[in-house]
Design a binder for this molecule. Structure first.
Ligand code: HEC
Length: 130
């Protein structure tokens, strides 16, 4: 039987690659509104699927201000609420488990909202950084 031998070189490589993934920033914002592709994609998805209840920049409308929510809830709670919806005191948050764009864009939407929650991005229309 063949054994998988983890050489020192391989384990170093593994350690390095996980560190790289963990350290990767969720978003980048320069000059106030120039963002990376993932964050820009998140803004567009938010505009298409979330803004009608949460506001153009998620500043809150029928649904709560998600820039505030993200400083209170965990990423896991975010994913769970978006996937399964939530019936709460404010109202009805619909589930998105059947909408592939939202499910596949979950991290992108999170990046956009994280930038808003951290104050890196204000209530401004982001543009894709060149
Ligand atoms: C039809 C209106 C509507 C749409 C569209 C909508 N939401 Fe919501 N959402 C709500 C309401 C209302 C609540 C508050 C539920 C409650 O009473 O706690 C909410 C709550 C949430 C929460 C929990 C906030 C907290 O503080 O616990 C998250 C996260 C969230 N929405 C994300 C999203 C995302 C992401 C999208 C787009 C993919 C989206 N919502 C689309 C109405 C909506």
């Amino acid at each position: 039987m063949k054994k998988l031998i983890i050489t020192p070189a391989l384990s170093l490589l593994l350690a390095f690659s996980t560190a790289t993934i963990a350290d990767e920033p969720l978003y980048t914002v320069t000059n106030g509104n120039e963002v990376d592709e993932q964050t820009f994609n998140g803004f567009r998805l938010h505009r298409n699927f979330c803004a009608r209840c949460h506001g153009t920049f998620s500043e809150g409308m029928a649904g709560p201000n998600l820039a505030h929510s993200l400083n209170r809830i965990t990423k896991e709670e975010f994913v769970d609420t978006v996937t399964n919806g939530k019936m709460g005191q404010i109202g009805m948050m619909p589930p998105w488990s059947h909408v592939p764009q939202v499910m596949e864009g979950m991290d992108a939407i999170y990046s956009y909202l994280r930038a808003r929650a951290d104050g890196a991005l204000g209530e401004v229309r982001p543009v894709l950084a060149k």
